[in-house]
Design a protein around this ligand. Sequence first.
Ligand SMILES: *Cc1c(COP(=O)(O)O)cnc(C)c1O
Length: 450
Amino acid sequence: MNTEALVQLDHAHVWHPFTPMQQWRATRPLIIDRAEGFELIDTEGRRYIDGVSSIWCNVHGHRVEAIDRAIRAQLDKVAFSTLLGLGSTPSIELAARLCAIAPPGLDKVFYSDSGATSVEVAFKMAVGYQHHRGRPEKNRFIGLRGAYHGDTTGAMSVGYCELFHRPFLSMVFPTRFVDAPDALRAGEGAPPASEGRWPSEDPDRAAWLREQCLGSLDRLLDRHADETAAIVIEPVMQGAAGMICQPEGFVRGAAELARRHDVLLIADEVATGFGRTGTMFACDREGVTPDIMCLAKGLTGGYLPLAATLARNEIEAAFCGPVDAARTLYHGHTYTGSALACAAALASLDLFESAGLIEHVGRSARLIAERLEALRGCPRVADVRQRGMMTGIELVPGAGPTAADLCLAVRRKGLILRPLGDVVVLMPAPAMPGETLARMLEIVVGAIAA
Ligand SMILES: *Cc1c(COP(=O)(O)O)cnc(C)c1O
């Protein structure tokens, strides 16, 4: 089918996610037809660096020989069989692998198929755990303001966003929020960044924000721990909130508060997992084992939908007992633990080891930091926030082109980016080679400095 026909049919029939459709239909969409390595290729044969790793999922590039081969081999055995009352080879192997690399103490894996479902599963694990240990009144959550945990109703309830959720307020359950240690927008009294430093990298400011946020969390728990099942955080970097990085020690502080107040800690690593922040999981940066951890996006290397919710043995044990004790977690998604997706995930994990990917991410993170030095002092840039390869460049509103304008401008130079509000997001695949990454950074710096 030619591009013209595809555009017409897209406009006629596809309802795009997170996309203002009226405006979309007034534009000529870019249609991706194939990919090679770290580049996407459109229907006209034009190439673009995949600067958001296909919405934060892709890890090793596209059409990776080893992953393609693993999926084909699995196809020759079986594509999908259910995990409801049956086991399957790749899902067992993958569960063991995940527990071996996860923070120590996470020994049970519950599969589903998207980040949002992994979060819903985590919520039901937390509330069910409290219920089964005789604390049914501990059934609420505490989240970080501005958090994003997905778009199903439970996930939405703990990640409220006025713009997205206003029509759906009747659907969400009440949640308590604490202000995130937001590098830029944090309330009154935050010490200003010292000369020559981005707000998010100033150590005094970071320490102040950390204590402020942990302090309000502590006070909230003092009053409400009795009704709280769990604290939910995106550890180290709040992605969709606009790449809001947490000061060092924040995750450890939150974990200590959770333990002291007898509530669970749920770490949503859907975005941060699989090397993005420079360690396999963001919790590893602070030596924290959460009670429950959610994984999705990068789990299959960005190939197929698959999610996993990892839990401590103690949490799963609370769901065990005689059948008539009604402790079973009666929850599941039909394609749970898909064999094809698990095979892709296993091949992806092999590549982490054989390619020394975590070391590579360390080098790439240094390259990003080095190249973004060119933006220092630029009056159009309000902040540069980076953890590993997750990077947000926050623009000063009203000081030239918006983040959305910039993302369109870099597209003409062969780079796909997607903004978040005033923030230009750089989310290259962890395995992106240095020369591609350097080209991407050159385009970004050039567009902002222009
Ligand atoms: C993307 C994301 C989700 C939701 O994942 P889906 O697969 O889109 O449902 C949840 N949490 C975080 C932190 C995310 O970035």
